[in-house]
Each structure stands twice: as structure tokens, then as C-alpha cells.
Design a protein around this ligand. Structure first.
Ligand code: PXP
Length: 256
């Protein structure tokens, strides 16, 4: 069953982790990720994403507290399924929590969560977050098996990992995009809210944004990098415009 109400509006969540990465390179207080989050709000984002890692390599506990206090848009709290992170989520009650795999040695979140193989480990965390009224999403590979597992775990949202699509060379990118299309349709059929993100840029965002099942894109590293050249405000506005155009074009094509 694909969404009977037709295509959903596409939200942009801005991930501010790497503003904190730059701050932490010098150990001081700037650039401040909370200032970046407020600027992102003013530039028209629909939500802020922040990943509190076990090693606190970018976002800190204090950043999460200030985001909760100061944001007007919803906070999507990215977290590993650990007791420490669950306690922090339950203390702050963000709008949403996105469960991600976390390896200490990785540079970024490499690959999705094994929702299928990790059922017994994940289930109590998902139950506790659901019971607290926090909207749970699972960051998974665009693999229908993982979406079936999200349903059996009781997670209402999945976020499809777009890293392999973004990293692929042109020849193999089509095949990676096809995986995302198949997964987005399957998510719609299962009644899951479908998000996507990781590695998206001005060049790669449109084909993903055009998929009617996708309700939200979460984008960080590229926007923070672009901010060096033209400012964060302009990078976010351009990304938003590309997303909106891709979505409008695909809606028009389908209704023509
Ligand atoms: N979504 C999730 C679940 C992520 O872990 C990340 C990276 O932290 C992103 C989206 C954003 O990826 P990027 O920073 O490459 O845009």
C-alpha cells in the first residue's frame, strides 16, 4: 500500500555533527554547532540531526542539552543502541531517535544497522523509546529484509543509507539508486515512514528527492563543507531548492 494521500512533502534535516568536529579540532567553543543549528532553522530546514557518539568525537552532551533547550524545529537524536545513550534519550526526550550502528574505529557511520540479525538486542531499546513517545527510526541499508525487520521490531520509521549510491561511480550508481527505489517502495508498502541520508551532495540529491515515498533527507558533511566556500545559509537554501525542484518535477511527471 503506497501512501494513499499521494506524495508527501519532503523534509530536510540538517546534520550539524561536523561543525562540532571543527570546533573540537582546537578544543575551544567555536564554531558552535548550536549557532549553526539556529542558522539552519532560519535557512528553512525542518529538523536538526545530531549524533552523540560513545567517544564524543564531535557532538557533546552539553550540545544536546543546548539543542533541546534552544531549537524550534524537532531534534533527531542519532544514537547507538546502548544503555548509556538510551538513558540520555529518555532524559531529554528528543522528537526522534535514529538508531545507528557505531564502531569506534570507523570514520563515519559505515553501513546500516543489522535490524534483521540484531532483533533481540534492538527490541528493548526500541520498546523503551516508543514507550517514551520518541519517534524511532532505524538507519538501514536499502535492503527489503531490513525493512521487514524494522516492522517486526515496531519501529515506525526507517532511514535508508545512501552512502553506497553517493560513493558509486557513474556506471554503478544507477544500480545503487535502483536498490534505494526498490527499498523506498517496499517501505511505503509496509506503511513505514521512509527517510534517507548519508553522503548526499548537490549532484546526488535529486534522484533520491524525487522518490515520492521519501519523507525526509538528512544531510550534513557536504553542507558543512560547502559552508566554507559560500556560507551555511546559502548551502542549505540551495540544497532545499534542489530537493523541492526534484520532488515537484517527479510529481508533475507522474500526474502528466
Ligand atoms: N543520516 C545518518 C543516520 C547518519 O549517520 C549521517 C551521518 O552522520 C547522515 C544521515 C548524514 O550524512 P552526511 O553527513 O554524509 O550528509
Amino acid at each position: 500500500m503506497n501512501n494513499p494521500l499521494g506524495p508527501q512533502p519532503l523534509r530536510l534535516g540538517v546534520n550539524i555533527d561536523h561543525v562540532a568536529t571543527i570546533r573540537n579540532a582546537r578544543g575551544g567553543g567555536f564554531p558552535d554547532p548550536v549557532r549553526a543549528a539556529k542558522l539552519a532553522e532560519d535557512a528553512g530546514c525542518d529538523g536538526i540531526t545530531a549524533h552523540l557518539r560513545e567517544d564524543r568525537r564531535h557532538i557533546s552532551d552539553g550540545d544536546i542539552e543546548r539543542l533541546i533547550d534552544q531549537l524550534k524545529v524537532p531534534l533527531n537524536f542519532e544514537m547507538a543502541a546502548t544503555d548509556e545513550m538510551l538513558d540520555i534519550a529518555l532524559e531529554h526526550k528528543p522528537h526522534a531517535a535514529c538508531l545507528v550502528p557505531e564502531k569506534r574505529e570507523e570514520r563515519t557511520t559505515e553501513g546500516g544497522l543489522d535490524a534483521a540479525g540484531g532483533h533481540n538486542h534492538l527490541k528493548p531499546y526500541i520498546d523503551a523509546l516508543n514507550n517514551a513517545g520518541i519517534r524511532v527510526s532505524l538507519f538501514v541499508e536499502p535492503d527489503p529484509r531490513q525493512l521487514d525487520a524494522a516492522v517486526s521490531l515496531g519501529a515506525p520509521v526507517v532511514e535508508l543509507h545512501t552512502g553506497a549510491y553517493c560513493d558509486a561511480r557513474q556506471v554503478t550508481r544507477e544500480a545503487q539508486l535502483e536498490r534505494i527505489i526498490v527499498a523506498a517502495v517496499h517501505a511505503g508498502d509496509l506503511g513505514l515512514e521512509c527517510h534517507a541520508g548519508h553522503g548526499l551532495t548537490f549532484d546526488t540529491v535529486a534522484p533520491v528527492a524525487s522518490l515520492p515515498q521519501i519523507a525526509e533527507l538528512n544531510i550534513g558533511h557536504f553542507l558543512v563543507g560547502e559552508a566554507i566556500f559560500g556560507g551555511l545559509d546559502s548551502a542549505i537554501r540551495r540544497m532545499r531548492a534542489l530537493m523541492d525542484k526534484a520532488r515537484a518535477d517527479s510529481t508533475n511527471q507522474r500526474s502528466a
